[in-house]
Design a protein around this ligand. Structure first.
Ligand code: UFG
Length: 331
């Protein structure tokens, strides 16, 4: 079975490519390399260096490899940036996804699609943990683009029978157990990645955004999921679609419990063996106090069983990647 992984050279995409190959799939990648890295791909994986805003090349790639399934990761992903450059986000994430759905429809085949969505579609919610049927009230343009794409996928399912699985990720972290691929964005905002860069001396200190939240230690709680476990969730989702076990499903991907910012930073200190300088700062706009997945559906229906559920494993692998690749993929 052949899978086209759109955005497969990025952080989550490259881990998924590896897990798909390990599960016996043939894989090709379409990526514009705007934030992905060809070096993150295993040897022999075909790369179409192209973009969802160039639909002719997408159509060509789908036809050339005769894809049996598509996984769609290609998106701009920064919440803050999406508020400053909203049109770029709507164009890239919504128009790009529209082009992908159109190209799949034009093949005349019902090619299943697995789509990367996000917990940001829920917005601020009092639900702890958050079930998939919680109301969707995204607060950022980024979250809106993901919600709009989910809506387009539902409409394509209703009208043309487009088979799909939407995966709503919580806080993705960690790196490959081998330590050779990991998170390497041009502008970093994620807590564990920033803490590793601080430990490497690339940043002076860690800011703790908000210490007066209604949580046990006053800092925000997030549901962290290891990137390789998330990659495995994609492999399970593709398998269920190809086996015909379902043709329309939406799953949260998290562990169902969270860690506070202080707990994460304490673990980083322990793993790197240094107490990082911390500064308490104002709340970061738009941060809900607590985002924890109700992850029971994906466990029950897809048999999702995380291999790396411990915070120590997530931080340890992230640290191994950053320590050995202080400049990411640029050696
Ligand atoms: N934080 C700090 N200091 C930092 C960076 C982050 O205190 O230097 C805090 C944040 O304020 C937040 C927590 O650490 O409370 C986690 O922040 P991240 O930026 O690592 O992640 P977010 O929870 O903001 O967002 C991530 C993804 C979103 C996704 C969300 C789902 O970036 O796309 O997880 O839970 F929607």
């Amino acid at each position: 079975m052949k899978v086209l992984v759109v955005g497969g050279a990025g952080y989550i995409g490259s881990h998924t490519v590896r897990q798909l190959l390990a599960a016996g799939y043939e894989v090709a990648v379409l990526d514009n390399l705007s934030s992905g890295h060809a070096a993150a791909l295993p040897n022999g994986v075909r790369l179409f260096q192209s973009d969802l805003l160039q639909p002719e090349q997408l159509t060509q790639a789908l036809a050339e490899i005769q894809a049996d399934a598509v996984i769609h990761f290609a998106a701009r992903i920064e919440v803050g940036e999406s508020m400053c450059e909203p049109l770029a986000y709507y164009r890239n994430n919504v128009v790009g996804s529209l082009n992908l759905l159109q190209a799949i429809q034009e093949t005349g085949r019902r090619i299943p699609l697995v789509f990367s969505s996000t917990a940001a579609v829920y917005g601020t919610t009092d639900a702890v943990p958050i079930p998939e049927d919680a109301p969707l009230r995204p607060e950022s343009v980024y979250g809106q683009t993901k919600r709009m794409t989910e809506d387009m996928i539902h409409a394509a399912h209703a009208a043309y029978g487009q088979p799909y699985t939407v995966l709503r990720y919580f806080n993705v972290c960690g790196a490959s157990p081998e330590g050779d691929i990991g998170e390497a964005h041009s502008s970093q905002t994620h807590l564990i990645e920033l803490a590793c860069l601080t430990a490497l001396g690339k940043r002076p200190k860690m800011m703790v955004f908000g210490t007066d939240y209604p949580t046990p230690d006053g800092t925000c709680i997030r549901d962290y999921v290891h990137v390789q476990d998330l990659a495995d969730a994609h492999v399970l989702a593709v398998g269920a679609l190809l086996d015909g076990r379902h043709d329309a499903a939406t799953y949260n991907v998290g562990l169902g419990h969270g860690f506070s910012v202080r707990e994460v930073l304490d673990m980083v200190d322990e793993v790197v063996g240094v107490r990082l300088l911390r500064e308490e700062a104002e709340r970061r706009p738009g941060d809900p106090p607590q985002l924890v997945a109700d992850a029971s559906r994906i466990r029950a229906e897809l048999g999702f069983e995380p291999q790396f559920p411990e915070l120590r494993q997530m931080v340890g692998m992230a640290w191994m990647w950053h320590r050995t690749h202080p400049n990411g993929f640029e050696f």
